[in-house]
Design a protein around this ligand. Sequence first.
Ligand SMILES: Nc1ncnc2c1ncn2[C@@H]1O[C@H](COP(=O)(O)OP(=O)(O)O)[C@@H](O)[C@H]1O
Ligand SMILES: Cc1ncc(COP(=O)(O)O)c(N)n1
Length: 267
Amino acid sequence: MHHIPAALTIAGTDPSGGAGIQADLKTFQELKTYGMSIITSVVAQNTTGVQDVQHITVPMIKQQLDSVLSDIPFQAFKTGMLANVDIMNAISNKISGLAIPYIMDPVMVTTSGDTLISEDSRDYLRESLLPLTTLVTPNVPEAEVIIGETIETSEDMQRAAKRIVHEFGAGAALVKGGHMQGKAVDFLYAGEKMHTFSAERIDTKNTHGTGCTYSAAITAYLSQGYKLSDAVQQAKDFVTAAIRGAFSIGHGSGPTNHWVHRTERVT
Ligand SMILES: Nc1ncnc2c1ncn2[C@@H]1O[C@H](COP(=O)(O)OP(=O)(O)O)[C@@H](O)[C@H]1O
Ligand SMILES: Cc1ncc(COP(=O)(O)O)c(N)n1
């Protein structure tokens, strides 16, 4: 019997360590879940933006998945950057039979404004991958792409969450308010009532990797058996602390601090 909770992330990389696979693994580690990773694209990026991208071949992505699936059980998984339809299709074929929570961070554009996935793959993501999810975690611009409508108010965010579940077939939707004004408020809808998660807005430019960190934390808590709304609340507390302690390093938007449980403060 395995008593160690384990989670898998399927995503792109960030050599500067703040987003993507690197953020996911740091988060899993901090939250005491054994972390595993499938790399879909190698992204040359840092706190200032994306300099270059190279996608991993589809056979190699499939082989990475087989290597993990044939060897080590895990209790939850997430996807981040899935750059094109071929990669999405390979992933969906391998994961559609897994009876464990699937958290999709529908990564489209980075904090620095660089596009990470092709135009046509947005339709594939909406039509083929969304119905497989336990939870999808769009920020406001991503939710706008999914529903094809602009979002201006918190009522719009809540309506988007409901539409993503009822019309697009996601298991649940967490529409995140990081790009709105005022408090940092996120709405979770899983088919019944609307849950609200609110935190004070922290005045910082260092938000590189917040979405990755948040969805990885939700995945970690789900791997440990928390129910969805509790996993999101715990993860919200984690990401807020990670933003509050964010590192002012690099020349652009610095990374969040995954080391939130350290007793001595890192500055
Ligand atoms: N300045 C901030 N202060 C506090 N919380 C924030 C801030 N910016 C983002 N958040 C929170 O961080 C999480 C990630 O949200 P968001 O920035 O919308 O996603 P993404 O990184 O995918 O663009 C959400 O819980 C959001 O409310
Ligand atoms: C490989 C990869 N995946 C995702 C993001 C988005 O980062 P954020 O969490 O800031 O939206 C990123 N910059 N790089």
